[in-house]
Design a binder for this molecule. Structure first.
Ligand code: NI
Length: 393
């Protein structure tokens, strides 16, 4: 283990409880908006800690307030709760008992870290110059549970929000954080090309949807290579193409499906705008009708510079030189919706065991597992953040 790791002494005292909680959640995973048992367990645990100011919301989520003795800022700490439709293939003693459902992204650990932090912060509440709002959010894996939480008032009165993702792309003992974009916008598109069919030997008079599609796919690649700034990462992928009938038939229809990724609103807009312009140009060029159905996924996750600095300074106290730049991916995260409303910071707590390669147990794989020391680091970072922001301020 990294010699520099300094687990918060109060976390050290409840280490077993934090790990047991994670293992319980791991064994009993539930899919998005079906976190009924998970919600009940969290509520019970909070009440047992003496945290009773609880409001259920967003179908299977809740918020709970820890009120300090003095007025001040309200800091939100968020954990997501849902698992994935994956059959676990590990042989852990606490492997999933729910068939086809698995905590393969680390959200089991997110809940355990927040519960651990909640217990300790609540014991210190007399010292708080402000309040802490615990945010347990359902349905991060697709249905944008964060938007339901926001709609139901989870951010009401909250000044800043922080969230952790356990991160198997970084070794345990590292914390990845940076100001600005940290996760990508993840959008989806479908394109239908309507041409005019005919005999393969008499192309004149037809509009060949396959020729149009070929040109379109090539032209879409020029958005990343020629329209967005090469210093800023973007992706346009056509992942599916469907069309045609036989070797001697000119196809009248082709369907495409793809995804685009970007770290900024600016690039997201460039991609959409150029897709539309390329399509209009090709319609004119070939006389085809092209229908674009572009669906916005989660927006980019953009950290507030001051809040990112708060996380970096708290992280330094826990992992020393292990705190620094994150391993970035073009994945999406619905924490982005909170950051569109209020300042905050989403950061990565390295959870890859030291004796494994960071890409050997990736998120969303059926043998996903973490080094549980990461849980103690995560709880410690939440607590240190609150100490910095609301106690030693
Ligand atoms: Ni996740």
């Amino acid at each position: 283990m990294n010699n520099e790791i300094k687990i918060h002494p109060l976390v050290q005292n409840i280490k077993d409880e934090i790990i047991d909680n994670r293992r319980y959640f791991h064994k009993h995973p539930e899919l998005s908006f079906k976190e009924f048992n998970t919600l009940e367990v969290i509520e019970k645990k909070l009440i047992n800690m003496g945290i009773t100011n609880i409001t259920k919301m967003a179908k299977t989520g809740l918020i709970a307030d820890i009120k300090g003795s003095k007025n001040g800022k309200t800091i939100g700490l968020r954990a997501d709760m849902d698992a994935l439709p994956i059959q676990e293939t590990s042989d852990l003693s606490f492997k999933s008992i729910n068939d086809g459902v698995m905590h393969a992204c680390g959200h089991d650990g997110h809940m355990a870290m927040l519960l651990g932090a909640a217990k300790i912060i609540n014991e210190k509440k007399e010292k708080l110059n402000g309040n802490v709002r615990l945010i347990f959010q359902p349905a991060e894996e697709g249905p944008a549970g964060a938007t339901y939480m926001i709609k139901d008032g989870a951010l009401k009165g909250v000044d800043q929000i922080y969230g952790i993702h356990l991160w198997n792309y970084q070794k345990v003992g590292e914390i990845g954080v940076k100001p600005g974009p940290i996760m990508a916008a993840a959008d989806m598109f479908e394109i239908e090309i309507h041409g005019k069919g005919g005999h393969g030997a008499t192309p004149h008079g037809t509009v060949d949807a396959i020729v149009v599609a070929s040109n379109l796919i090539n032209s879409l690649q020029t958005i990343v290579s020629r329209n967005t700034n090469p210093i800023e990462s973007t992706v346009v992928t056509v992942g599916m193409i469907n069309g045609g009938y036989n070797f001697n038939v000119i196809a009248d229809r082709v369907k495409l499906k793809g995804t685009s990724r970007s770290y900024t609103k600016k690039n997201r807009n460039i991609i959409k705008k150029r897709m539309n312009e390329i399509i209009l140009g090709l319609e004119k060029m070939y006389g085809a009708k092209i229908i674009l159905n572009y669906k916005d996924g989660y927006p980019p996750t953009i950290n507030d510079p001051e809040c990112a600095n708060n996380v970096l300074s708290a992280s330094n106290k826990i992992v020393g030189k292990g705190a620094g730049n994150p391993y970035l991916s073009m994945g999406g995260e619905d924490f982005s919706y909170y950051l569109e409303k209020i300042p905050g910071c989403f950061f990565f707590v390295g959870s890859c065991p030291l004796d494994q390669e960071p890409l050997s147990t990736p998120h969303h794989c059926s043998h996903f597992n973490i080094d549980e020391t990461a849980l103690l680091i995560g709880s410690s970072s939440f607590i240190t953040l609150i100490e910095d922001l609301l106690i030693n301020c």
